[in-house]
Design a protein around this ligand. Structure first.
Ligand SMILES: *[C@@H]1O[C@H](CO)[C@@H](O)[C@H](O)[C@H]1NC(C)=O
Ligand SMILES: *[C@@H]1O[C@H](CO)[C@@H](O)[C@H](O)[C@H]1NC(C)=O
Ligand SMILES: *[C@@H]1O[C@H](CO)[C@@H](O)[C@H](O)[C@H]1NC(C)=O
Length: 548
C-alpha cells in the first residue's frame, strides 16, 4: 500500500514536471557549465519563433520605475545578442481603464488588438555595432509587453526606449480625433554589452568575400544594418557613409546587407549598365514614399554617387537614368532641366505616375471603362481592355504601394480601418491579376508586379501638435503601419496566384530603425534606409533578367 502510494506520488510528480515542460516548449534547459555564450552567425531566422523564446531564467531589472513602467531585460544564457525587454505598466487601474475602451467597430479586431497589441506603444532602438528597431512587439496581458530582439553583430550597444502612445491611441479606429502621443523617453542611451570581448564583428568586406546564394525574388529579404568600420568598407559603402552623415548622438553609418544571401544587380556606379539594353520599362505607382524610391532608383541607374537631398514634389519631371552627370542634378534648385534622352535610345525607363495616395489605377479607376461606352464602337484600339491596361501596355513592371494616405487624416482620404484597408488592397490585387489576364489580347507579356511595402513613420511629439495637425487628424504611427504592413503581406500571399505574381518588399522593417532620422518627418531620403530599399527594388525588378 505504501509502495503504491509512493508510486502514485511519483507519477503525479512526473506528470507535473512533464506538464511544466510542455507549457514552455521553448524554455531553455539547464544553463551549460561552459558560460561562454555562442557568437551569432550571419543567418536568417523566423521572427515569430524568435519572439516565442523564453529567457525568463535570466532577467534583470533595468529600471524599477520610469514613466509609470518597470523595465526588465531577459537574455539568452546560450547565445549572444538574443533577448527581450519586458515592460510592465505599474498602475493597474490605468491599464484596466484603457482595456475597457472600445477601439474598433469590428469586435473581433477589437478583441485581437486588446489581446495581442495592448494599450501602450513603444519604439525601441539599438545603436552601436548594428542599428536595429525590432518590431515583433507582444502584449502578454495586464499591460505587460514583451519586445524580443536578436542582434547579429556583437559589441557595445546603446538602447533607447520611447513610450510613444497610451490608451490605444496608436491603433484605435473609432474616435475621429487627432492622434494623441505621449512620446516619453523611458531609456536613453542605455548601455548593453553584447559579447563585446569574445566575438568578432561582421564587416562589409568580410561579408563581401563570403560565397552566399542569391536572394529570392519573391519574399521580402531580411537584413541587418551593420556599423561601418573605417578600414573595412566597400567602395559604395564609403560614399554612402559620406552622403548620409546623420547628426545623431553617436555616429552610426550602417549599410544594409541581406542576411545570408546576396543581391545580384545593384547598378552601383554603372556596374550593370549592360542590362539597360534589355529596354525594361517600369511604372512606379503610389504615394510620395514611392516617389522618393523612384528618385533614388533613378540615381542608382544613372551610376551616380550623389544622394537625393530633397523630397522633390511634382512638376513636369521625367527622371531617366542617363550617363551624363549634369542630368542628375537638374531637380535641385537653381539647376536648369536638361533634355531627356531620345526615346529611341536603349534604356531602362522608370516612370513615376504622379503621386497617387489611393492607388487609383487599380482601385477606383480599373473597373470603369468610360471612354469605351462613350465611343461605343470599334475605333478604340484593344477594346477588350481598359484605359489603365492601355496606359500600361508599354511597361513590363509595376512597382506600387498604398497605405500612408488611407491612414492619414479623414480630409486627406484617410481614417480607413484596418479591415477597410485590407479590402482595398485585396481589390487592387485582384485588378492586377485581371490586368495580366487581359494583356494577352494586346499581345504583351504579363506585368511583373512589385509591392513596395509601407514605411514606418516618426512618432509625433506632443509639442509638435499644432492647430493645423489637430485639424488634419493624421492617424499614421509605427504601430498602425506595422499592423497594416503585416495585413498587406497576408493579402498578397492569400492565394497561390497572388503569391507567385506579386514580389514583395518589407519597407516597414527597412525603415523602422531610422524613424528618428527622417529629414522631413516622414520620408527616408538622407538615411541609409533608401539605399536598402533601392537594393531590394532592383533585385526584385530583375532588369538584368537573371534566373528567378
Ligand atoms: C565554450 O563554448 C564556446 C562557444 O560555444 C566554445 O567556443 C568554447 O570552446 C567552449 N569552451 C569549453 C572549455 O568547452
Ligand atoms: C564594452 O563595455 C564593457 C562595460 O561597459 C567594457 O568592459 C568592455 O571593455 C567594452 N567592450 C569593448 C569592446 O569596448
Ligand atoms: C531595345 O530597343 C532598341 C531601340 O529601339 C532596339 O534596337 C533593341 O533591339 C531593343 N532591345 C531589346 C532586347 O528589345
Amino acid at each position: 500500500m505504501a509502495l503504491f502510494a509512493l508510486l502514485v506520488i511519483g507519477y503525479i510528480i512526473l506528470v507535473l514536471v512533464g506538464a511544466g515542460f510542455a507549457t514552455e516548449p521553448t524554455s531553455e534547459k539547464i544553463p551549460p557549465l561552459n558560460t561562454t555564450l555562442a557568437c551569432p552567425k550571419l543567418e536568417t531566422f523566423n521572427i515569430k519563433v524568435q519572439g516565442d523564446k523564453d529567457f525568463s531564467r535570466n532577467c534583470r531589472v533595468v529600471a524599477a520605475k520610469v514613466g509609470g513602467f518597470e523595465i526588465k531585460l531577459c537574455e539568452s544564457m546560450r547565445e549572444c545578442g538574443q533577448g527581450y525587454f519586458l515592460i510592465k505598466r505599474l498602475d493597474k487601474a490605468h491599464c484596466d481603464k484603457a482595456m475597457a475602451r472600445s477601439i474598433s467597430w469590428d469586435y473581433e479586431f477589437d478583441a485581437w488588438m486588446k489581446k495581442e497589441i495592448g494599450p501602450d506603444a513603444f519604439v525601441i532602438t539599438f545603436s552601436g555595432p548594428q542599428r536595429a528597431a525590432p518590431s515583433d512587439w507582444r502584449h502578454l496581458g495586464n499591460c505587460v509587453y514583451k519586445h524580443p530582439y536578436r542582434l547579429t553583430n556583437t559589441g557595445n550597444y546603446t538602447v533607447s526606449i520611447v513610450h510613444a502612445n497610451d490608451n490605444f491611441e496608436a491603433i484605435q479606429e473609432k474616435d475621429r480625433t487627432w492622434l494623441r502621443s505621449v512620446n516619453n523617453n523611458l531609456l536613453t542611451d542605455w548601455n548593453l554589452d553584447v559579447c563585446s570581448i569574445h566575438c568578432k564583428t561582421f564587416t562589409s568586406d568580410m561579408i563581401g568575400q563570403m560565397a552566399l546564394p542569391v536572394c529570392g525574388r519573391w519574399h521580402p529579404t531580411q537584413g541587418v544594418y551593420l556599423h561601418s568600420v573605417e578600414e573595412h568598407m566597400l567602395t559604395q559603402e564609403r560614399y554612402r557613409v559620406e552622403n548620409y552623415q546623420i547628426p545623431y548622438f553617436w555616429y552610426s553609418y550602417p549599410i544594409s546587407h541581406p542576411l545570408a544571401c546576396k543581391y545580384d544587380q545593384l547598378f552601383e556606379l554603372g556596374s550593370n549598365n549592360d542590362c539597360h539594353a534589355k529596354n525594361h520599362s517600369i511604372k512606379f505607382l503610389g504615394d510620395s514614399q514611392v516617389r522618393v524610391s523612384w528618385d533614388v532608383t533613378d540615381r542608382r541607374l544613372a551610376g551616380t554617387r550623389d544622394p537625393l537631398l530633397n523630397n522633390v514634389h511634382e512638376g513636369s519631371r521625367q527622371n531617366y537614368y542617363f550617363e551624363d552627370g549634369a542630368l542628375n542634378r537638374y531637380w535641385e534648385e537653381d539647376k536648369e532641366k536638361p533634355v531627356s534622352p531620345e526615346p529611341s535610345k536603349h534604356r531602362t525607363m522608370i516612370d513615376f505616375a504622379g503621386r497617387d495616395g489611393h492607388l487609383t489605377w487599380f482601385t477606383t479607376e480599373y473597373a470603369g471603362n468610360p471612354e469605351f461606352w462613350r465611343l461605343g464602337d470599334a475605333t478604340v484600339q484593344f477594346p477588350e481592355t481598359n484605359n489603365v491596361d492601355r496606359r500600361l501596355r508599354e511597361f513590363n513592371s509595376v512597382l506600387f504601394n498604398v497605405g500612408m494616405w488611407p491612414m492619414s487624416g479623414i480630409r486627406d482620404g484617410g481614417h480607413f480601418t484596418a479591415n477597410r484597408y485590407k479590402a482595398m488592397l485585396t481589390w487592387a490585387a485582384e485588378n492586377m491579376m485581371e490586368a495580366n489576364r487581359r494583356r494577352a489580347s494586346m499581345n504583351v507579356e504579363p506585368l511583373t508586379f512589385v509591392w513596395h511595402g509601407i514605411s514606418s513613420f516618426p512618432v509625433t511629439k506632443p509639442q509638435e501638435i499644432t492647430y493645423d495637425s489637430k485639424l488634419r487628424k493624421d492617424w499614421r504611427n509605427p504601430y498602425r503601419l506595422k499592423i497594416w504592413s503585416d495585413l498587406a503581406e497576408q493579402v498578397l500571399t492569400s492565394t497561390p496566384q497572388l503569391e507567385t505574381s506579386i514580389r514583395r518588399i518589407n519597407t516597414f522593417e527597412l525603415t523602422h530603425p531610422f524613424i528618428h532620422d527622417t529629414p522631413d518627418g516622414g520620408h527616408f531620403f538622407r538615411t541609409p534606409a533608401v539605399e536598402a530599399e533601392t537594393d531590394e527594388i532592383l533585385h526584385k525588378l530583375n532588369i538584368c533578367e537573371k534566373p528567378n
